[in-house]
Unconditional design. Structure first.
Length: 238
């Protein structure tokens, strides 16, 4: 892989960070979280009528999570197989990156959810709950929610945005599929959870941002100037 670091940081860090800031400001200034949540709540008859539906619960909620776990297990098997098969030996390091990026992204989102304790829409009195409605920013200080920020379900899709960086390492045209498919999966899973009253749109935006920047940081660590003793794939093959 031969990449210009400055161009990489501009296109993959500075521009996405600028977009994140602008979109976040728009969501806060326009009260977009509330507007979208109000819409989904109203079309369900001022309730979360679809919250426990089969499609929402089994297909999107549990199905998305299980598919992500299956992909992680498949990646781990390929990584372990690369220790014994010469045909995969050259791909140990990229496979190790892929596994750590996908699994680590999901674990990071899960940790932040519990640490920040931000409320879900369904917890607010505006949507049939007990808490007085407040913005996500206010909730970061109140810390009295179930733990709904960032969005864990959307991370089942967004965590695999590391497939783009995996393909970028090989300079493969398939990296664009590695970007598009996780984005679509994250959007679908995120919207499904918004319809259930589990998340605001800002929760999904920040899940995407965290998964992107985590994958980017790990990519730079692995493939620009890696500390070999810390990330050498041979450590797991002994």
């Amino acid at each position: 892989m031969t990449l210009n670091l400055n161009k990489l940081l501009i296109s993959h860090f500075l521009l996405p960070f600028f977009a994140l800031v602008m979109i976040s400001i728009t969501i806060v200034a326009g009260d977009i979280d509330r507007i979208i949540a109000d819409y989904f709540y109203v079309i369900q008859g001022n309730s979360w009528a679809w919250k426990d539906s089969f499609i929402a619960e089994m297909v999107f909620h549990k199905g998305g999570r299980n598919l992500s776990l299956l992909l992680a297990l498949t990646t781990l098997i390929l990584l372990l197989t690369s220790c014994f098969h010469k045909s995969l030996a050259a791909h140990k390091k990229p496979l190790l990156y892929l596994f750590l990026a996908a699994a680590g992204g999901s674990l990071l989102i899960s940790f932040l959810k519990h640490a920040l304790a931000v409320s879900c829409p369904w917890e607010f009195d505006r949507y049939g709950g007990d808490l007085v409605y407040s913005t996500v920013i206010e909730q970061l200080f109140l810390r009295n929610g179930e733990g709904c920020f960032p969005a864990g379900q959307a991370s089942a899709g967004y965590a695999w945005i590391c497939c783009y960086f995996f393909g970028l390492h090989y300079q493969s045209k398939w990296r664009w599929a590695g970007l598009t498919i996780p984005l679509l999966a994250g959007i679908i899973l995120g919207v499904a959870q918004q319809i259930r009253g589990a998340h605001f749109i800002s929760h999904d935006l920040w899940t995407l941002a965290i998964c992107w920047f985590y994958s980017l940081g790990l990519f730079l660590l692995f493939f620009r100037s890696p500390p070999e003793k810390l990330i050498s794939p041979e450590l797991i093959c002994q």
